[in-house]
Design a protein around this ligand. Structure first.
Ligand code: ADP
Length: 267
């Protein structure tokens, strides 16, 4: 089984991803798609007069500060426009896709983190009212039910907290937790770059291979949001996933190309 995570950044070709996914699904492969929606969420949040706020932790990780209003906009875009847009594409390609968020059936569950430490003007501040967390538990029974009945699950954040509150979670790390829980053969993290670049944004500096036992030392090449992908890859291989690939979702056959070795292969 293969877990495919496709990002939400500008330039991603969802038609290409869905066409490739549909071809492989029809050939009998078991696949799950996890998707993002950050680019569109930023656009809609601006349009609704509640612009996105990104915070950087003292250790250098960037995340979206998710107050209740942001969470609602996030759900509109991720669970609404993005999820249903992908499900519609797949349905038109003859794939019986089912779109669910991590809240549904508690597919993704984790601890609610209400406050975040953020560096602002060189000072560390504690911001409260955040609806975020990290996926700690996956409802594999529900996913297997769908897969065994021939459906293709299309999953998206948010996740559910243990108290049943919606929490914004990182999609790459959620996909990694899913791949581990399902003992997937491979995890594909597709975005709008060819893979992990040694010298971002120089696309000719693509790192082709990363040894599974040394993923964290490659964190130094990743800036801002790419760090979460490297972290997700490390978590997946530590959890027993044999192959994690950072691939390009801008054109071609993004899934097949990645499985054929284009991109950065962690193994
Ligand atoms: P998505 O929403 O598609 O999952 P993100 O925006 O979270 O993707 O992360 C991918 C982005 O990370 C790229 O578009 C790029 O701008 C940035 N990035 C930072 N450092 C690197 C790097 N070393 N190699 C590739 N991309 C990088």
């Amino acid at each position: 089984m293969i877990v495919v995570k496709v990002g939400g950044s500008l330039g991603i070709d969802y038609d290409a991803v869905c066409a490739d996914l549909a071809g492989r699904y029809r050939a009998g492969e078991k696949l799950i798609l996890v998707h993002g929606g950050s680019g569109e969420t930023n656009r809609v949040a601006e349009a609704l007069g509640h612009p996105p706020k990104f915070v950087t932790s003292p250790s250098g990780y960037t995340s979206r500060f998710t107050d209740r209003e942001t969470l609602e906009i996030f759900e509109m875009v991720y669970c609404g426009k993005m999820n249903k847009g992908i499900v519609e594409r797949l349905q038109r390609l003859g794939v019986n896709a089912v779109g669910l968020s991590g809240l549904d059936g508690r597919i993704f569950e984790g601890k609610h983190k209400d406050s975040v430490r953020a560096v602002e003007n060189g000072k560390v501040k504690v911001l409260r009212g955040d609806h975020t967390g990290t996926v700690e538990k996956v409802n594999t029974a529900l996913i297997e039910l769908l897969l065994n009945a021939g459906y293709l699950p299309v999953l998206t954040p948010p996740a559910s907290s243990y108290e049943g509150v919606a929490i914004n979670v990182d999609g790459d790390r959620a996909a990694a937790a899913l791949a581990v829980a399902l003992k997937a053969d491979a995890l594909l993290l597709l975005s709008n770059v060819p893979g992990l670049l040694r010298d971002y944004p120089d696309e000719s500096s693509l790192i082709r291979e990363i040894p599974a036992n040394d993923v964290e030392s490659y964190l130094e090449f990743a800036q801002d949001r790419m760090k979460k992908k490297v972290l997700g890859a490390a978590e997946a291989v530590e959890g027993g996933v044999r192959r994690v690939i950072f691939g390009d979702a801008r054109a071609g056959k993004p899934i097949s190309d990645a499985l054929n070795g284009a991109g950065t292969v962690v193994s």
